[in-house]
Design a protein around this ligand. Structure first.
Ligand SMILES: *Cc1c(COP(=O)(O)O)cnc(C)c1O
Length: 354
């Protein structure tokens, strides 16, 4: 397998790819429902939740849209700290919600103090937060923000996008009192793209029942009506569900805590490498991703040229994103990437820049 140090789509293990080739069957059949139910139960372990986890045939952005459609009649507070969190704001505006964007400069985290100040001006039905901002490598303090919101505005629904971290970093949904938590298949879960996995609390389901214009494809109430029968309203991407079920077994066999520790160790390694090299890490200490390390590179370094250098070794590194393009590199160490792979990349970077 070629190690791609990119934050999605990531490398998928050969046997996981093969799991997709299982023959089709009627999607409303006992056999498929058993696979669907098995996958949903395993997902609850990775989300640390007793709540339902919807298996949705759409990418992660669809879960952003679903959250907005289902959980706010009007007012949304959207925390922004980079490209993917800003996208969620755009989604809210595109769906006609009155949305306040609470933005910090790229590379900085969203902090509880600013959230508190926003709630002093007005109330919000829904707050959207990205856990792991894939454009800057920031890991937002979700636990602290959720604690604050529970204290100052207990009715507000808390929705978290963990698209590039869930499965590699621990986000205990129930313990932290989150209402929505979702990821995409093609990032830390190391599956092909095409599914979103989205956990929704009971409280959020009750809120959805009061929201108008939820649409059809993403309507949580409609999804729930079928989920209780281990099914979906529409035809799901069955091949991907086969692969999901298989990959979740692999993840649980590795051990979820072991998997978190593997990601944490790689994050440590990438950070200490950058520090030793004198390349500054974009997010401040305490707010750094466990699944991708974003580092400023010197002006003389070109990620495109470096990728030509490592191509014969079947490696690929991600350039910076948005405003940080060509100014930073994004060393994604998620999914199937192991310490040996990361060491090879860092050695190649040292060799290239010496
Ligand atoms: C990749 C990503 C998205 C978009 O996910 P898609 O599956 O491409 O729609 C949203 N949020 C974050 C944090 C991401 O990393």
């Amino acid at each position: 397998m070629s190690p791609m140090f990119v934050p999605g789509p990531v490398d998928v293990a050969e046997d996981v790819l093969k799991a997709q080739t299982k023959a089709m069957m009627p999607h409303r059949s006992k056999d498929f429902e058993a696979i669907f139910r098995g996958a949903a139960e395993k997902l609850q372990k990775i989300f640390f939740t007793e709540q339902r986890v919807f298996i949705m045939t759409n990418s992660g952005s669809g879960a952003q849209e679903a959250t907005i459609r289902n959980l706010a009649n009007e007012s949304v507070l959207s925390l922004a700290c980079g490209s993917f969190s800003k996208r969620w704001y755009d989604v809210a505006v595109a769906n006609g919600k009155q949305t306040v964007k609470l933005e910090v400069p790229m590379g900085q985290p969203n902090l509880p103090e600013a959230v508190e100040a926003a709630f002093q001006k007005q109330n919000f039905e829904l707050i959207t937060i990205v856990h792991n901002e894939t454009s800057s490598g920031v890991r937002n303090p979700i636990k602290e923000i959720a604690e604050l919101v529970h204290r100052i505005s207990p009715e507000t629904i808390i929705a978290v996008d963990a698209v590039s971290s869930l499965g590699g970093d621990k986000i205990p949904m129930d313990e932290w009192g989150l209402d929505v938590l979702f990821t995409s298949s093609q990032k830390t879960l190391a599956l092909p793209p095409g599914l979103a996995l989205c956990a929704v609390s009971e409280r959020a389901m009750q809120k959805a029942a009061t929201v108008k214009n939820r649409g059809w494809y993403f309507d949580f109430l409609l999804l729930e009506k079928h989920r209780v029968k281990d099914s979906t309203p529409m035809t799901p991407a069955m091949s991907l569900v086969y692969a999901l079920d298989y990959q979740l077994d692999r993840i649980l066999a590795e051990g979820i805590e072991t998997r978190f520790a593997r990601h944490a160790a790689m994050a440590e390694r990438a950070r200490s490498w950058a520090e030793a090299k004198g390349w500054s890490i974009v997010p401040p200490e305490g707010y750094r991703s466990q699944t991708l390390t974003v580092v400023r590179n010197p002006e003389s370094f070109s990620c495109a040229e470096f990728n030509k250098f490592i191509a014969p070794r079947s490696m690929k590194l991600a350039n910076g994103y948005g405003d940080l393009k060509d100014k930073s590199i994004r060393i994604a160490h998620m999914g199937e990437i192991h310490m040996d792979d990361l060491n090879k990349l860092l050695a190649a970077l040292d060799e290239y820049t010496k």
